[in-house]
Design a protein around this ligand. Structure first.
Ligand code: PGA
Length: 279
């Protein structure tokens, strides 16, 4: 196994489903159940990627219940950064942690676009997630007009640097890997069916890894941070995406809402893992 592959294998391959504002409690429970059943029907002994299901807050308890004893983990789609208080309508990190939620999406582009999320609020939330033992999946990505103006790299750099501000290597690192996941999601590719070409997605994910390397120089963090691609990921694109050096998994919206669409993506992640063991 070459050095690069040793580094790749060190970080988790993650396939995460962002269910967004979809599914009632019973529908979410049924979807989680069919994913679990689909996984159980697969041949035993095959290494699986980390699978993370992110339903709405009201469905978290039901989905946690349905995935008990299965390889699936559960994530929230957002949270406040404060612990408690007079913040009507918000959900606090300790509430998620107490439920055994393990992941939380932070700064998804829809939160940035429609709910006033900024690089500063993203930073506060990433810090809060780490403080409560939740793994933040920090989402970054450029708008179409930023890409067309040649600003992609600058925008992504700003988002990564601001999002990780004042977070130490010690806060991020843990035995066996990093506690922060980054998702590169070009906004123009989300929910549009327009996929960012794999080599370009890989280039930006590599850029992100380079930024983390600079940020935590000499701390051995960058090679263990999983960097996911998101934006119209589907069964027909996953294999090529999972062959890229810097794409460690996928954050999936539309294709995570049906088990028959999502299970092939998990298989795509499993193939990436297999390629390490055969390297
Ligand atoms: P999409 O959404 O897969 O429907 O493009 C991805 C996301 O928003 O995380």
């Amino acid at each position: 196994m070459g050095n690069d592959q040793t580094r790749d294998a060190k970080r988790k391959t993650i396939i995460a489903g962002n269910w967004k504002m979809n599914k009632t409690v019973s529908e979410a429970g049924a979807l989680a159940r069919s994913i679990v059943e689909g996984l159980a029907a697969e041949p035993k002994g095959e290494a699986l990627p980390e699978i993370v299901l992110c339903p709405t807050f009201v469905c978290l308890a039901e989905v946690l219940n349905q995935v008990k004893g299965s390889p699936c983990k559960v994530g929230a789609q957002n949270m406040d950064y404060r612990d408690s208080g007079a913040f009507t309508g918000e959900i606090a990190p300790p509430m998620l942690a107490a439920m055994q939620v393990q992941y939380v999406l932070i700064g998804h582009s829809e939160r940035r676009q429609f709910f006033g999320e900024t690089n500063d609020s993203v930073n506060l939330k990433v810090k809060a997630a780490l403080a409560h033992g939740l793994v933040p999946v920090m989402c970054v990505g450029e708008l179409l007009e930023q890409r067309e103006a040649g600003q992609t790299d600058d925008v992504v750099r700003q988002q990564v640097v601001a999002g990780l501000a004042e977070i130490s290597a010690e806060q991020i690192a843990q035995a066996g890997g990093a506690k922060v996941v980054i998702a590169y999601e070009p906004v123009w590719a989300i929910g549009t069916g327009k996929n960012c070409e794999s080599p370009e997605a890989n280039r930006v994910c590599g850029l992100i890894r380079g930024i983390i390397e600079e940020f935590y120089s000499g701390k051995n963090i960058a090679s263990s941070v999983s960097i996911l691609y998101g934006g119209s990921v589907k069964a027909s694109t996953i294999d090529e995406q999972m062959q890229q050096e810097h794409i460690d998994g996928a954050l999936v919206g539309g294709a995570s809402l049906k088990a028959e669409d999502f299970l092939p993506l998990i298989k795509g992640g499993a193939k990436r893992l297999k390629s390490f063991s055969h390297a």
